[in-house]
Unconditional design. Structure first.
Length: 308
């Protein structure tokens, strides 16, 4: 009889096969999630939620299916469900915007413009527009993803295209920045750069959560001490930067005469203690886009990860 440890080992093997199967679709899925949410950070959250649900839902699939359509359907439904549940007030700044002429824009420019244009469409309209005009799904495929008729899909698409070609007011969301103790975060970087494990641990609450999804999660200082920090710190350089509107730490690994982007992370502080640590070490899609944004080469070979 299998123990839970046996099941964990088997599940990891199956998950590796699953990840290999969906690998060709992951970058498009990540970009889709980014466009839906309007933020690389929230897009990464939606992306990881989608991958988790896609994997855990496999036991409920009894018919042959298209992996890409399966992933995009889950992302679409997750996003719409999230919007329905989260009825929070959002403040806006209204600024004049120009008319977008799709015929004069490159595919890349259209994709980048979507980040601002999405605010002018309903969730359903934005979803349909993205799936067909950006990610090249057919009306039939999108109909199956959204539980709409094919004729309704094309009606919505026509209205969205028309709306996006007229003068619009671009609304930019104001997101409240995370409040934290600057002194604690400053100390975090000092201890990190000095490879002072005990110094770092002393900054953390006993119930600190280390989220390094999709690699691992640790739920206490004890687990961190005996897990991710068991063999010390890597000796890399940490520095704080503003990236996509969020203050984060980037970790740079020295290679020859230059530096490569090794990790991106941030911490949340409560009552002068770090209560949450989020690392994007294993998030290839986000790390790749961040490296381009920061104009820093991405470290591809960083055990246990090899992205070469």
């Amino acid at each position: 009889m299998n123990t839970i440890d046996d099941i964990i080992v088997q599940t990891r093997k199956i998950h590796t096969e699953f990840d290999s199967t969906i690998q060709p679709y992951k970058i498009d899925l990540w970009r889709y999630c980014k466009y839906l949410t309007g933020s690389p950070w929230e897009g990464e959250d939606l992306f990881q939620e989608t991958l988790l649900k896609a994997f855990t839902s496999l036991t409920q699939i009894w018919n042959a299916m298209d992996p890409k359509a399966y992933l995009f359907r889950i992302a679409t439904n997750n996003w719409i469900d999230h919007l329905r549940k989260q009825k929070k007030e959002v403040e806006y700044i209204t600024t004049d915007d120009e008319i977008y002429d799709e015929s004069r824009l490159s595919e890349y420019e259209i994709r980048e413009a979507l980040e601002s244009l999405l605010l002018n469409l309903t969730p359903k309209q934005a979803t349909i527009f993205l799936l067909i005009d950006v990610f090249s799904f057919t009306g039939t495929e999108v109909a199956s993803m959204t539980n709409m008729s094919e004729s309704a899909i094309y009606t919505s698409l026509h209205r969205s295209r028309k709306k996006l070609k007229t003068p619009v007011k671009k609304e930019v969301r104001i997101r409240e920045s995370m409040s934290s103790s600057e002194s604690i975060l400053d100390k975090y970087l000092v201890y990190f750069n000095n490879s002072d494990v005990e110094g770092l641990l002393n900054l953390m609450t006993e119930t600190v959560e280390f989220d390094v999804t999709p690699g691992f999660i640790e739920f206490s200082k004890h687990e961190v001490r005996n897990g991710s920090l068991k063999f010390g710190l890597p000796g890399h350089l940490g520095k704080r930067v503003m990236l996509w509107g969020k203050e984060v730490n980037i970790v740079l690994a020295k290679k020859d005469d230059t530096y490569e982007l090794h990790d991106i992370n941030y911490q949340e502080v409560s009552e002068d203690k770090i209560v949450f640590h989020k690392s994007y070490f294993f998030c290839k899609e986000l790390m790749s886009e961040a490296a381009k944004e920061l104009k820093i080469p991405l470290q591809l070979d960083k055990p246990p990860v090899d992205w070469r």
